[in-house]
Design a protein around this ligand. Structure first.
Ligand code: PLP
Length: 352
């Protein structure tokens, strides 16, 4: 079988060029006579891999010098605990709850302090972004936490923490507006098993929540430059290749244009379809994760099954919301989106 168009929300599609390069280097990385998978993380070739990956990421995102970049295990979910343990100086934070993962982050943070919900869209199954123009930010709050916004909340000078897992590197972002940015790489960047954390210097502290394990202190990893213990070496290597690939595509401005064009093809079709519709508030639509329904669970299931037979994989929606979800991350070619829309048109004709 050839390659399918994989719309999985994560682990997700990676650039074919990157996979081919990795295949070429599988048995002998750069004359070392071994795979990167077999290589000591203290070796010179690996040091070069991690240093280059960090430099390329800094370059792509324009990360200022007073921010550290960390490659950490534990995925994005581990950050749900690390953030409150490391950042809550006064034991208080405000959270904006805009999705299932933000809700999990909030539940975890409650173990470590007093957490206020500054805004939430749970009332409508997270189908919109709450108005954050005049947030009731607590005077005592140490940090504000949220997911994806077209306009950033006004945090009244408090450090803003953002989970960018699903939109990481899909468009430029102004790093200096955040105290901490993190994302699991398996959505839009690389293989599962790693989170990237970008943290401002003043938030890297020794006086963290009492009893915080050494491995969960940002300072441990900053001091050791992500090599305190064995890092997710192969994931770092592939992410490094993806950073190079992104640079070859023209960087994050070019990715944004391409991603907007891809999303537009799908939303334009959805907006005129008589069978499929999108439930998300139009102004809060995601460029990366496009959800839609037919209105009938049976028809949704039929669609997912027939799409799979046509080489369009993993279109089933999240288990908490049902329906369909097409994740169209950076590495999804525009032809994949066109193939999906062509299939949807055909399905609409046959099933209306
Ligand atoms: C997928 C996802 C997570 C969870 O990531 P893990 O690496 O599996 O822990 C957290 N937050 C957001 C926004 C996500 O999309």
């Amino acid at each position: 079988m050839g390659r399918v168009y994989n719309f999985s929300a994560g682990p997700a599609v990676l650039p074919e060029e990157v996979l081919n390069e990795a295949a070429q280097e599988m048995l002998d990385y750069n004359g070392s006579g071994m795979s990167v998978m077999e290589m000591s993380h203290r070796s010179k070739p690996f040091q070069e891999i991690i240093d280059t990956a960090e430099a390329d990421l800094r370059d792509l995102m324009g990360i200022p010098d007073d921010y550290a970049v960390l490659f950490l295990q534990g995925g994005a979910s581990q950050q749900f605990a690390m953030i409150p343990m490391n950042l809550m100086k006064n034991g208080t934070a405000d959270y904006i709850i805009t999705g299932q993962f933000a809700k999990k982050a909030y539940s975890e943070a409650k173990k470590y302090g007093k957490i206020n919900v500054a805004a939430s869209s749970e009332d409508k199954n997270f189908s919109y972004i709450p108005d954050c123009t005049a947030l009731p930010v607590s005077d005592a709050a140490d940090t504000i936490y949220g997911t994806k916004y077209k306009e950033l909340p006004d945090t009244k000078g408090k450090p803003l923490v953002a989970d960018v897992s699903s939109c990481f590197l899909s468009e430029p972002m102004n790093v200096s507006k955040y105290g901490l940015i993190y994302g699991g790489v398996q959505k839009n960047v690389g293989p599962a098993g790693m989170a990237i954390v970008i943290i401002r210097e003043d938030l890297i502290r020794e006086d963290v929540y009492p009893g915080t394990p050494t491995m969960l202190k940002y300072k441990t990893h900053v001091d050791a430059k992500s090599l305190y213990n064995t890092p997710p070496a192969y994931s770092i290597y592939i992410c490094g290749k993806v950073f190079k690939w992104l640079k070859r595509q023209g960087g994050l401005e070019a990715m944004k244009e391409r991603n907007e064009a891809k999303a537009k093809i799908l939303y334009d079709y959805l907006d005129q379809s008589r069978l499929f519709k999108s439930d998300v508030n139009p102004k809060d639509r995601s460029m990366m994760n496009v959800t839609f329904v037919t209105g009938s669970a049976d028809l949704d299931a039929k669609f997912v099954k027939e799409a799979k037979e046509a080489g369009l994989e993993s279109l089933k929606g999240h288990r908490s919301v049902g329906g369909m979800r097409a994740s169209i991350y950076n590495a999804m070619p525009i032809d994949g989106v066109k193939a999906l829309v062509a299939f949807m048109k055909k399905f609409e004709e046959e099933n209306l």
